[in-house]
Ligand binder design. Structure first.
Ligand SMILES: *Cc1c(COP(=O)(O)O)cnc(C)c1O
Length: 402
C-alpha cells in the first residue's frame, strides 16, 4: 500500500464512523469542572456526566495545595521517577494512598490506564492465569494482553461462571491465579460482588485484583473503596485506581498492594520505568483531595443523597434505570436514536448529558449515563429531573422503554 492509499483508508474509516452516527464530538468548556459548567457563548449547563463525584475538581483547598507544591517544586519533574523524578511529595502521596486504602504500599503512575498497563506483565508468567470479568475496563484488557499469562474470562458478575473459569485454570495446571474485576462497572452503575469473589478466591487459593476507579473516595467507609464496602480489604491483594475521578479529577493512577508487589512494579513496571513522574501540582493537589476525602463524610453524604433523590424521582417519573448503590445512574432508552435525541434536547434545555450506544454498550441498550456529584445543588438536580420529564414529553418518548 502506498501513502496515498494509506490516507484514503483513514478517510474511509472516518467517514464510516460518521455514517454510523458514532462520531464523538468534544464540547469546549470555559469554566472549572463543577455542578454547573460554562460552554462559552452557548451558555451554562447543569453537569450530569463528570467523574467529579466529591466536587473536588475546583475545590479551593485542593487548588491551593497544588499551587504550594508547584511553587516549591516547579512545574514539572522532567524525569522518570528512578532517574531524578522523585520528590518528598511523591513519597508522601504514595504513603497517603497506602494508609488510606489500608495496604502496605502504593506506587503512582501517570494514569490508572498506565497502572493497569503496568501491573500484570511483571507479576505473572506464562504458567500463571488471569481470570477477568467480561466487562472490565479497556485498560485492564490491554494490560492483560501485555502479559504472558493464560487468559480466562467470566460473564460479568456471574459467580457460577467465575467458578467454572477458576476450575478450568486449575485443571490446566496454572500456577498463580489472579481474579481481576472492576470495583464498579461504570456503564451500568453496579458494584462488583466482592464478597463471593473473595470466597471463590479462597476456594481456589487465587489472588484478587480490583480496579476501583469509580469507587475510591466515594464508596466504603471514609471512601476507601469497594473492598472496604464489602469488608474484604484484607483479602484483596491488589487495588488499582485513579486520581482523575473523585480524588480531585486531575491526573494520575496508582497500584496499592503488599510491599513486594509494589517493589517489583517499581523495578519492572514499564509505564513506571519509561514515563514521566507526576507533576508537583498533581501530587500536591491529590494529597489534599485524599485528606479531604478521608476526614469528612460531608461530600459523600451529599453525593449519596443526590443519588437517592435522583433515582427515586426518575423512577417515580416512569424512567427505566439501571445500577444500584452508586451515583452512576444510567437512564435506559434502548434505541440509540432516542438516547441521542433525548441528550440533544436535554443539552438545549441546559442539562449536560452524554448518550452511550453500541459499541460502548450492547446493541439495543442505549442509555444516558448520569453521574451525580457533591458539586450539584438540590435545585440543580430538581431542574435536571424536570428537564428529563419535559424532554421525554416533547419528543413523545416512552419513558419505560428499555
Ligand atoms: C477511568 C478508569 C480508568 C482510567 O483511569 P485514568 O486515570 O483516567 O487513566 C481505568 N479503569 C477504570 C475502571 C476507569 O473507570
Amino acid at each position: 500500500m502506498n501513502r496515498t492509499a494509506f490516507y484514503n483508508r483513514l478517510d474511509e474509516t472516518l467517514s464510516g464512523i460518521r455514517a454510523d452516527g458514532l462520531w464523538k464530538h468534544e464540547h469546549e468548556i470555559d469554566s472549572p469542572q463543577s455542578g454547573e459548567i460554562s460552554l462559552g457563548e452557548a451558555g451554562t449547563r447543569i453537569n450530569l456526566c463528570a467523574n467529579n463525584y466529591l466536587g473536588l475538581a475546583d475545590d479551593p483547598e485542593v487548588i491551593a495545595a497544588a499551587k504550594d507544591s508547584m511553587d516549591r517544586l516547579g512545574h514539572g519533574m522532567a524525569s522518570v521517577r528512578f532517574i531524578c523524578g522523585t520528590t518528598d511529595e511523591h513519597r508522601l502521596l504514595e504513603r497517603d494512598i497506602a494508609s488510606y486504602l489500608g495496604t502496605d504500599a502504593a506506587i503512582t503512575f501517570a494514569a490508572c490506564f498506565d497502572a493497569n498497563g503496568a501491573v500484570f506483565e511483571p507479576l505473572l508468567g506464562a504458567d500463571d492465569a488471569i481470570v477477568s470479568d467480561s466487562l472490565n475496563h479497556a485498560s485492564i484488557i490491554d494490560g492483560v494482553r501485555l502479559s504472558k499469562a493464560r487468559r480466562y474470562r467470566f460473564a460479568t458478575r456471574d459467580m457460577d461462571d467465575l467458578r467454572t473459569q477458576l476450575q478450568a485454570a486449575r485443571a490446566e495446571g496454572s500456577g498463580a491465579i489472579l481474579i481481576v474485576t472492576d470495583g464498579v462497572f461504570s456503564m451500568d452503575g453496579y458494584l462488583a460482588d466482592l464478597a463471593p469473589i473473595c470466597e471463590l478466591a479462597d476456594d481456589f487459593d487465587a489472588l484478587v485484583m480490583v480496579d476501583d476507579c469509580h469507587a475510591t473516595g466515594l464508596i466504603g467507609r471514609d471512601g476507601r473503596g469497594t473492598p472496604s464496602h464489602f469488608g474484604v480489604t484484607d483479602r484483596v491483594d491488589i487495588v488499582t485506581s485513579t486520581l482523575g475521578k473523585a480524588l480531585g479529577g486531575a491526573m494520575g493512577g496508582f497500584v496499592a498492594a503488599r510491599q513486594p508487589v509494589v517493589d517489583l512494579l517499581r523495578q519492572r513496571g514499564r509505564p513506571y520505568l519509561f514515563s514521566n513522574a507526576l507533576s508537583p501540582a498533581h501530587v500536591g493537589g491529590a494529597r489534599e483531595a485524599i485528606r479531604i476525602a478521608r476526614t469528612s463524610d460531608e461530600r459523600r453524604t451529599r453525593l449519596m443523597g443526590h443519588a437517592a433523590r435522583f433515582r427515586t424521582a426518575m423512577n417515580d417519573a416512569g424512567f427505566t434505570l439501571t445500577g444500584a448503590d452508586h451515583p452512576i445512574i444510567p437512564v435506559m432508552f434502548g434505541d440509540a436514536k432516542i438516547a441521542v435525541a433525548m441528550a440533544d434536547r436535554l443539552m438545549e434545555m441546559g442539562v449536560y448529558v452524554t448518550p452511550f450506544s453500541y459499541p460502548v454498550v450492547p446493541h439495543g441498550q442505549a442509555r444516558i449515563r448520569t453521574q451525580m456529584s457533591a458539586a450539584l445543588t438540590d435545585a440543580q438536580l430538581d431542574t435536571a429531573i424536570g428537564a428529563f420529564v419535559q424532554a421525554a414529553d416533547d419528543l413523545g418518548v416512552d419513558r419505560s422503554a428499555r
